[in-house]
Design a protein around this ligand. Sequence first.
Ligand code: SAH
Length: 214
Amino acid sequence: MRIDPKFSRTKMVEEQIVARGVVDQNVLSAMRKVQRHLFVQGALADRAYADSALPIGEGQTISQPFIVAYMSELLQIQSGHKVLEIGTGSGYQAAVLGEMGAEVYSVERIRKLFIAARTLLFDLRFFNIRLKLDDGTMGWPDEAPFDRIIVTAGGPEIPQYLIDQLADHGRMVIPVGNEKRRQQLILVTKEDGKVTETDMGGCAFVDLVGKQGW
Ligand code: SAH
């Protein structure tokens, strides 16, 4: 890499994340630490700290740094929280959550991405992250309930399986929309069994493909 990764991360956090209002120190310090350039394919590594999503192969993308930070902040992660992620992709979002002290369970449906993420996260010694190759729209029933759920692909609805697997006092963030590559980011909360949905604004994710996706 021609640029210094640590300097690039500090700059990324200040200019793209703090500047846009993210204040959770746990999120900011995790994003200063996780080596995003390792999660991006070789030739693109120089652009790893740019203000954009990037291709990771198989027609999928690693999310823009700000989106990773924003979703992580919305989740209000506390150390030891059991967190389910749907859409492991590169493994970067899982690494940020793992760095924040969560017990991460992440599901990916594409075998090649699952294997690459598993190898990298093991090499980086993220032993608090477990991965599964499956259709994540059905959640991870054996490990439910989850304190937090994050879906990093967009489908037409909020899968009922995921609502059912969210613990009481739990929070979920999920992009939802009838158009592809154009969704609203929905924050779902559960308090004494009552489920509330709040629209947190527009976003653009790759397709959530599965039983309760596209
Ligand atoms: N969080 C990822 C973003 C990956 S893009 C990162 O940090 O890099 C979204 C990912 O969701 C893609 O890899 C795609 O294959 C995956 N995906 C789509 N539908 C899925 C499903 N039903 N179950 C699991 N993964 C799914």
